[in-house]
Design a protein around this ligand. Structure first.
Ligand SMILES: [Zn+2]
Ligand SMILES: [Zn+2]
Length: 146
């Protein structure tokens, strides 16, 4: 599995990506501030590739979300919207075809996307891991505890 997290050292803004997490040792060194921080790799992670607690902060509450870059979503809407408006000036049919294409693309992306397991406390992200059924979608009430 792959992990992506912000360096836990205060004042350090490094985003660290590491794969495979299963093979990582007890500590990891930040490439920016050179601090060694502890990694908590559980048996479940090593043996089943399933996250049961956050490797960075030890938090047991995580949520699962679609791996969709927000900017890409906005870009698709803007591009297709602009093309559709342009098409409306000469052919309503062409404009509808463009909009239908946007919907189709949206659906495709939706099914093709992977899922990311994210830590509520430190927002560390886990990809390419088995989904833990104990984790649910993002919950605002849970999030506010942190
Ligand atoms: Zn750092
Ligand atoms: Zn965490």
């Amino acid at each position: 599995m792959q992990i992506r997290y912000h360096c836990p050292t205060e004042g350090c803004v490094a985003i660290i990506e590491y794969e495979p997490l299963e093979k990582c040792g007890a500590t990891m060194q930040c490439p920016r501030c050179r601090t060694e921080h502890a990694m908590r790799i559980t048996d479940s992670m090593r043996e089943r590739g399933m996250v049961d607690q956050c490797a960075i902060c030890g938090c047991r509450e995580l949520f699962i979300r679609k791996d969709f870059p927000q900017r890409l979503g906005v870009a698709i809407v803007i591009v297709f919207g602009a093309v559709a408006i342009y098409c409306f000036t000469f052919s309503v049919l062409a404009a509808w075809a463009v909009l239908a294409g946007a919907v189709l693309l949206d659906l495709l992306i939706y099914f093709w996307l992977g899922r990311v397991t994210t830590c509520y406390a430190c927002r560390a992200e886990y990809r390419k891991c088995a989904l833990n059924l104990a984790h649910e979608g993002f919950d605002l009430a849970t999030s506010e505890k942190y």
